[in-house]
Design a protein around this ligand. Structure first.
Ligand code: ZN
Ligand code: ZN
Length: 298
C-alpha cells in the first residue's frame, strides 16, 4: 500500500465503485446508469451487479458505454454463505474477468473472494455496519485491499453507512488497508451522487485506475476536495476546499484537529502518529466529509 503523494504528475479521476443495474436488482439498464453518471461529471463507473444464481451470475459488460472522457471497470458484488451473524456475504470485486466461474458447491464468501483476488481483482469489504459484519469476518479476507468506509445508500436509507471506525480497528491491528466511499446506487433517486473516490492515475484508463485502487492512491469524498497532504518539519500540512474542520486521526485515541469557518489549510503536529499511521478527515459547513487514505509512518 502506497501513501498518497499529491506531488505526482498524475490527475485525479472521479468514480463510483458500487452500482447496480437491471442485470441484478437495480431499476435502470446498464447503458442508462453509465450515461447518468457520465452526465453528472464522473470520469468512471464500476457496475457491480449481484453475482447470484437468481440473476444468472452477471459480470455486466459496460465496455460499450465508454466514451472519450468516461470509462468503466468491470466488477461484481460477490455473495456466498455465511457471515458470523448468519448473513450471505457481500464482497466487492473490481477488475473481474467476464469468464469468472459461478459460485461453486459449498464455496464460502472468503473462498470465492480469494478466487476473485487470484484472478486479479481488487477486493473490498463492503458496508460492514449495514449487515453486522464482524472483525472476525473481515479477518477471513486477509488479501482484501480496502473497506467500504461510506455507503451512501445504507446511510440514507437505514443510517448504517459510516464505517471508518470499523476500519480503524483493523488499522490498529497493523493491517494495511485503504478505505473508499461509494453510492451503492440501485434507483438513481436518493441513493446516488453521495459518495465517491478521487483516484490518482496517469490517464483515465481501467487498468491504471485499478492499479491505483489496489495501491491506495485515492481519497474519498461526499463533497469537499483534498488538494494536498504533505509531511514536513514535524507537521502534517493539509490543503482543501473550504471546510470547518480538519482532523487527523491515528492509532487508538491519537488525534489532532483545527476548527474555523471556511478553512482551506491547516498544519498539525506529526509526533502523535510517528511509527504508526494517520489519516485525514475534512468536514464542510453542510457536514459533508472527505477522507484521505491512511498514511503509514512505520
Ligand atoms: Zn451489498
Ligand atoms: Zn450493492
Amino acid at each position: 500500500m502506497d501513501n498518497l503523494d499529491f506531488s505526482r504528475p498524475d490527475s485525479f479521476f472521479k468514480g463510483n465503485m458500487h452500482t447496480h443495474s437491471t442485470n441484478s436488482d437495480g431499476s435502470h439498464a446498464p447503458e442508462a446508469v453509465c450515461a447518468a453518471y457520465r452526465e453528472q461529471g464522473y470520469d468512471f463507473l464500476v457496475m457491480t451487479d449481484h453475482f447470484m444464481e437468481m440473476y444468472g451470475f452477471p459480470v455486466t459488460d459496460t465496455r460499450p458505454y465508454r466514451t472519450g472522457d468516461f470509462t468503466t471497470i468491470i466488477g461484481a458484488e460477490l455473495h456466498a454463505p455465511e457471515t458470523t451473524v448468519g448473513e450471505i456475504w457481500h464482497i466487492k470485486s473490481i477488475g473481474l474477468p467476464f469468464d469468472f466461474e459461478p459460485l461453486r458447491d459449498g464455496e464460502t464468501g472468503p473462498e470465492i473472494a480469494k478466487r476473485a483476488h487470484e484472478a486479479g481483482a481488487f477486493i473490498g469489504i463492503v458496508h460492514p455496519s449495514w449487515y453486522g459484519l464482524t472483525h472476525a469476518d473481515a479477518r477471513e479476507l486477509p488479501f482484501a485491499h480496502a473497506v467500504e468506509i461510506y455507503n451512501h445508500g445504507s446511510a440514507i436509507e437505514v443510517d448504517r453507512g459510516h464505517d471508518w471506525p470499523f476500519l480503524d480497528v483493523l488499522l490498529n491491528d497493523g493491517w494495511k488497508l485503504s478505505g473508499y466511499a461509494v453510492d451503492d446506487a440501485h434507483e438513481l433517486t436518493h441513493d446516488w451522487l453521495g459518495g465517491w473516490v478521487m483516484v490518482q492515475a496517469e490517464e483515465n484508463e481501467p487498468e491504471l485506475l485499478l492499479e491505483s485502487l489496489k495501491a491506495g492512491r485515492y481519497y474519498s469524498s461526499m463533497g469537499p476536495e483534498i488538494d494536498d497532504i504533505t509531511i514536513e518539519c514535524g507537521q502534517i500540512h493539509v490543503a482543501c476546499s473550504e471546510v470547518d474542520l480538519i482532523a487527523v486521526q491515528g492509532r487508538g485515541s491519537r488525534s489532532k484537529h483545527a476548527m474555523g469557518d471556511g478553512m482551506t489549510s491547516a498544519s498539525l503536529d506529526l509526533y502523535p502518529f510517528e511509527e504508526s499511521w494517520f489519516r485525514v478527515t475534512v468536514i464542510d459547513s453542510h457536514g459533508k466529509r472527505a477522507w484521505s487514505n491512511p498514511y503509514w509512518l512505520d
